[in-house]
Design a binder for this molecule. Structure first.
Ligand code: SF4
Length: 410
């Protein structure tokens, strides 16, 4: 669940030779602003999921938490200023038995310096949120929960092989609010095989009726090696028509705007609070889109510092057996062209876009600067990009096909 973290621009150099996260950062002066913690356990593997997660038999949860405590202690040495965000994703973090969940959250709070008012998000599968879990989250100081609802239609949940009762989302929200968790986000998926526009509109309405503060709406993708991709290749179902999927996105844009939500990123909407468009944005994910520095803990978690990306070893056994910071794989030290490309492509995903001065700087940096400048000019003439208030950004129409335009800038 959650947003994809491994956004690697074409041209990046990857290495499969394992190194430690410490080696990856040799010679770099990181300015970490956030922490991502990956909990890899799930109750069941959903058919569309390509995140590093597996069915938990509970026998390694304790070892996981003990190793996490040691990893956080090692990572704390790299932190120079209090962190503004923590995001605990997975997997299903709330599948940890409550005493272990409490212990893991305590380790994050005690071993990491957190800024006053830091945003602390935990992803949750609605079925896992009972009173004990909601209480543990609130007591630890978690102030935001992201619920993987995906759909409220049992047929479509079955297609995705999501094992939760649609009514469990409302129950989870009631428990979280009663415990004192202030901010709730809901993830939805559209373009599910067999889903109609009316059914998608109903999913949006049900999410809004629950009083959510933030919505992430993702078109279903068929990632290689997932069960959904295999079923598609076997012809077990017809994928959603592209035109219908585009109309579903338009429906989300219109319906959520009417409900007082601001689309601040290609797939993300935040409720506008007392005229403040930024209050409910996921500050942690904004770090990713602004290409800032964040720490990674847990197997397969990805981190970034000053153009260096790495991924913690994506095998639980190897991660458990390691000490200090995690062994790392896919270490990339971006060259200037790649960094320029990443800043542009990630920044444009945000509705506010990228300051024009930064765009000029980025185009001057990269070897492909003139090709990118030409692609930007083409997108501007086609009405997809615009310059407003000293920033380059997508137009509302351009946002609808943002991924295609971004591919041209790569
Ligand atoms: S609950 Fe989330 S992480 Fe786990 S299998 Fe399903 S989509 Fe993947």
């Amino acid at each position: 669940m959650g947003m994809p973290l491994h956004v690697i621009a074409p041209g990046s150099r990857a290495s499969d030779v394992p190194a430690s996260a410490s080696e990856a950062l040799a010679g770099v002066e990181p300015r970490f602003e956030g922490l991502y913690v990956h909990v890899p356990f799930c109750f069941h593997k959903c058919h569309y999921c390509d995140f590093y997660s597996f069915v938990d038999t509970e026998d390694r949860q304790q070892a996981f938490v003990e190793r996490l405590e040691r990893e956080l202690a090692a990572l704390a040495a790299w932190v120079r200023a209090p962190l503004g965000t923590v995001f605990v994703g997975g997997g299903t973090p709330t599948l940890l038995a409550p005493p272990l969940l409490e212990r893991a959250l305590r380790a994050m709070r005690e071993r990491m310096p957190l800024a006053a008012g830091a945003e602390w998000t935990v992803e949750a599968n609605p079925e896992t949120v009972d009173d004990a879990v909601a209480g543990a989250l609130a007591a630890a100081g978690v102030n935001r929960v992201s619920l993987g609802a995906q759909s409220f239609d049992p047929r479509h949940l079955k297609t995705l092989e999501r094992w939760h009762d649609p009514d469990s989302v409302a129950r989870a929200i009631r428990r979280l609010r009663a415990a004192g968790v202030a901010r709730i986000s809901i993830d939805l998926i559209f373009g599910i095989p067999g889903q109609t526009l009316a059914e998608w509109a109903s999913d949006l309405d049900r999410a809004l009726a629950l009083g959510t503060d933030h919505l992430s709406c993702y078109g279903l993708t068929y990632e290689p090696n997932t069960a959904m991709a295999v079923r598609l290749s076997r012809g077990e179902f017809e994928p959603c028509d592209e035109g219908v999927e585009a109309t579903m996105l338009e429906e989300a844009v219109a319906r959520l705007a009417r409900a007082g939500f601001d689309r601040y990123e290609v797939s993300n909407w935040a409720r506008v609070r007392d005229g403040d468009r930024t209050a409910e944005r996921c500050r942690h994910n904004v770090l990713y889109w602004r290409n800032r520095d964040w720490l990674a803990a847990g197997p397969s978690a990805s981190g970034h510092a000053q153009g260096v990306r790495w991924k913690n070893v994506p095998r639980l056994g190897d991660w458990l057996a390691s000490e200090g910071t995690s062994p790392a794989v896919d270490v990339e030290r971006a060259d200037p062209d790649t960094r320029a490309c990443e800043r542009l492509m990630m920044g444009l995903r945000l509705v506010d876009g990228v300051p024009e001065a930064e765009v000029s700087e980025i185009l001057a940096l990269g070897a492909r600067g003139s090709a990118r400048a030409a692609a930007i000019a083409r997108a501007e003439s086609a009405g997809m990009l615009e310059r407003v208030g000293g920033r380059l950004r997508f137009t509302p129409r351009g946002m609808m096909t943002a991924n295609a335009t971004l591919a041209e800038l790569a």
